[in-house]
Design a binder for this molecule. Structure first.
Ligand code: NOJ
Ligand code: CA
Length: 516
């Protein structure tokens, strides 16, 4: 076994596929599993190691699939279980691993468990699957991440808790039956051959006993304030034994199955508790994504990352874009803080500078790809795609938009279907029909893959070159050292094995004279 085979997840470049926007085989305007299978060859040629698929399980799609109504079936929108098996077999034949998205904090309100709970009535064991409470008013002051209260009342008077949309009731993880049901779900997919899971919101699964008020809801809203005590709905210690059990299940299968937790926990020393050797293999390093792109901030984040994850023997992951935040090619083209980054930008907001944003984003990606650890890429960033920042309100689908009466535009702008072939039709080759569940901005035709393939200096070819170098020098399993003599207030430089990376955070042109 070569070194790159060792603990593959420690160094892997994992490409996030957002199924509804990747490739559409049947032309209905929504991407699907056969579409993904047909394009896996292009991902192989990009040079990635694995893909992570956002949810494709049965779902009413109230939160683009993060509202699951059957964890062990494929939503007809995306295909069938047979289609999934074909996708998996094709990926494996190309040497690509496949992680799927598991959503354990909440189900859809159309899941059998919730329907049974509603039908069985107050006090029934079925209601113990979720958090139901009596009362004339919401049982506490918790807020939904998508805006508005985190409680909805049923006609029989009981309230149920939902940290996200009202169509996404939170499961009660104190209930052993919920725990057992999820162990079966893990096995169902592991038996099918998946290489692991990206786990949605694991830090929300535990709730403080008695569901007390959030002590500072005015200030923290649905979130938390770093350095202050855990709010009652996040980071509860009670969840760790669950993940230890999951890890043991994964390890009982051959072939290094792995799980990455979307544990939005800060500081990083706290996040590292989630990747102790018997828990998650990885977590997303959101601190990196959130850090202002300045030499000072990025240096601090990198140091903290190696310290925190190194202390528990885990690799750091690195991530700049995903389906919940503004694409980094746009984020870096203006002064967009994290709040705006996660809420997107609308036609009435200040607009990013596309050219500057892309230059900075590409430089940021190259800088990041030199780091040891595992890297997550989000579909379309290899084309340099900008955010769709002028999407009109009638197209908005993210529940955040409706729940805040449009005050927050939501995340649709980073979820627009990919352009594959320029000028073949209105959806730039996303399918054969030109239909598209979200319209592409006109500029997307200029970023289509076919315009970049084989073109020296294109964003796509630059990604391919960097990914090939990363593999050739085994940088993911590499070493890290600041090249202090080259670092300054606006420049960071480091060495990983024989590679020297120098990054200028300013827009001025600079040259360096190197000794060798
Ligand atoms: C995090 C997912 O990435 C996001 O898209 C989703 O809306 C929430 N979790 C709720 O599942
Ligand atoms: Ca389709």
């Amino acid at each position: 076994m070569g070194q790159t085979q060792l603990d593959w997840w420690r160094s892997a470049v994992i490409y996030q596929i957002y199924p509804r926007s990747f490739a559409d085989a049947n032309g209905d305007g929504i991407g699907d599993l056969p579409g993904i299978t047909s394009r896996l060859g292009s991902l192989k040629s990009l040079g990635i190691d694995a893909v992570w698929l956002s949810p494709f399980m049965r779902s009413p799609q109230k939160d683009a699939g993060y509202d699951v109504s059957d964890y062990c079936d494929v939503d007809p929108l995306f295909g069938t279980l047979d289609d999934f098996d074909r996708l998996l077999a094709t990926a494996h034949s190309l040497g690509l691993r496949v992680l799927i998205d598991l959503v354990p904090n909440h189900t859809s309100d159309q899941h059998e468990w919730f329907k049974r709970a509603v039908a069985a009535g107050p006090g029934s064991p079925e209601r113990e699957f979720y958090h139901f409470r009596d009362g004339d008013a919401p049982p506490n002051n918790w807020q939904s991440m998508f805006g508005g209260p985190a409680w909805t009342q049923l006609p029989d008077g009981q309230w149920y808790c939902h940290l996200f949309d009202s169509s996404q009731p939170d499961l009660n993880w104190e209930n052993p039956k919920v725990q057992e049901a999820f162990e079966d779900i893990l096995r169902f997919w592991l038996d099918r051959g998946v290489d692991g899971f990206r786990v949605d919101q694991p830090h929300a699964m535990g709730k403080a006993k008695g569901l007390p008020d959030h002590p500072d809801v005015e200030r923290a809203g649905a979130g938390f304030i770093e350095g202050e005590p855990s709010p009652p709905m996040w980071f509860q210690e009670s969840v760790h034994p669950i993940f230890r059990k999951w890890r043991a299940i994964l390890e009982s299968y051959p072939g290094q199955r792995a799980m990455c937790g979307e544990a939005y926990v800060l500081p990083l020393s706290f996040m590292a508790l989630w990747v102790r050797p018997d828990e998650f293999h990885q977590t997303f390093n959101f601190r990196y994504l959130d850090s202002p792109w300045t030499a000072k901030d990025i240096r601090k984040t990198i140091d903290e990352s190696f310290d925190a994850f190194g202390a528990v023997g885990a690799p750091s992951t690195w991530v700049l874009s995903n389906h919940d935040v503004m694409r980094h090619a746009s984020r870096m083209g203006g002064d967009f803080g994290r709040t705006t980054a996660s809420d997107g930008v609308g036609p009435n907001d200040p607009q990013p500078d596309a050219e500057l944003g892309l230059k900075r984003a590409l430089a940021a990606t190259l800088f990041t790809l030199g780091l040891p650890g595992s890297m997550y890429l989000y579909q379309g960033e290899e084309l340099g795609l900008p955010e769709h920042t002028t999407l009109e309100p009638e197209f908005r689908q993210d529940p955040t938009f409706a729940r805040t009466n449009g005050a927050r535009v939501g995340r649709d702008g980073c979820r627009v279907p990919l352009p594959w072939e320029s000028n073949v039709n209105e959806s730039s080759g996303f399918n054969q029909t030109g239909k598209s569940w979200l319209p592409q901005p006109a500029a997307y035709a200029n970023y289509a893959r076919d315009l970049q393939e084989g073109v020296e200096g294109s964003t796509l070819e630059t990604y391919k070159w960097a990914l090939a170098k990363r593999k050739e020098l085994n940088l993911g399993h590499g070493t890290f050292e600041w090249a202090e003599d080259l670092c300054s207030e606006s420049v960071l430089a480091y060495r990983n094995r024989s590679l020297l990376v120098i990054h200028n955070f300013e827009t001025n042109e600079t040259t360096w004279k190197l000794d060798s």
